[in-house]
Design a protein around this ligand. Sequence first.
Ligand code: PEP
Ligand code: MN
Length: 361
Amino acid sequence: MSSELFHDINNFDDFGNPLIIAGPCSAESREQVLTTALELKKYGIKIFRAGLWKPRTMPCSFEGVGELGLDWLIEAKKQTSMLIATEVATSTHVEASLKAGIDILWIGARTVTNPFAMQEIADALTSNPDVIVFVKNPINPDIELWIGALMRVYNAGIRKIGAIHRGFSTYGNHLYRNSPQWNIPIELHRRIPHLPILCDPSHMGGKREYIPTLSQSALDMGFNGLFIESHCNPDNALSDKQQQITPQQLNSIINSLVIRDKSFATTELNLLRELIDQCDNELLEVLDRRMNISRQIGTLKKNHKLQVVQTDRYDSILNKMIEQGDKHQLAPTFIKKVMSAIHEESVRQQIQILNNNENNE
Ligand code: PEP
Ligand code: MN
């Protein structure tokens, strides 16, 4: 359904492969905007980003220069001929940006989380269906909310739409500021195949040293481009200083990226894929056999009035499997995930047997 809805959206092939959008977290001064833009232009960057209205967690943080910065961005556009992108969170931001001549708008993670805010933005976008709009993922890993936001933009008549994966909020200490859950953008791609998807390794990693690996992983997974924070003087940036890099650093990261051919397919690759398909079929057969036995156990449990979930038994299976998995180079976390999914389904099927039998009595 969704892919049909999005069948007529534009791709951004003309903007390069990978498509790169770079610029500071925030526009701070005319000088900072122009210096950064001119340096990025020197390294061949074609699209410049800078935030004017910053959705900050704490009210005491720098919350952006607001409308004042629109003139600086337009001046950067005139001096560099780059396309200019900024973040919008309200209809007033949309109106002011479109009036000033901003080319690309992005909607940030916090805003995407709120359907009312999204609808307000979408309504304001109807005045200029030619504008390019990128929708970041919501802060929580909810693909429907992300697709819903994209649909609101699409329904407003916008056809130049893209998505940006910037990772999801987690509680506590984690390696990355916003944890990448690659399966979610991959599912988004499966559901809306021609929707361009970029990765924002800056907000995902939260630290500049993570940018190269996250960027490479994104491209390896078929992302269409990168959205990266770059500042002429990152250590003195007014927001997100740990994750910003100089235009020169950005250039060397881009130059070191390996761009893989999407259509790459050799006889050897096809053969290996056939082997993988065989393994998947075998997995299904084994699972089917296992569930069959599990259902027989369910009937026994029913007849002997035994409890369905027996944690001791599950614990001992899990420990044994983790131990054996280790010998096969299978990580304990992976074994836990697989076994808990199998156990959950097994319990569900046994409970169903109990209920069915009870209903038949
Ligand atoms: C940003 O790109 O400047 C930003 C605020 O990002 P996010 O919405 O991903 O937090
Ligand atoms: Mn930022």
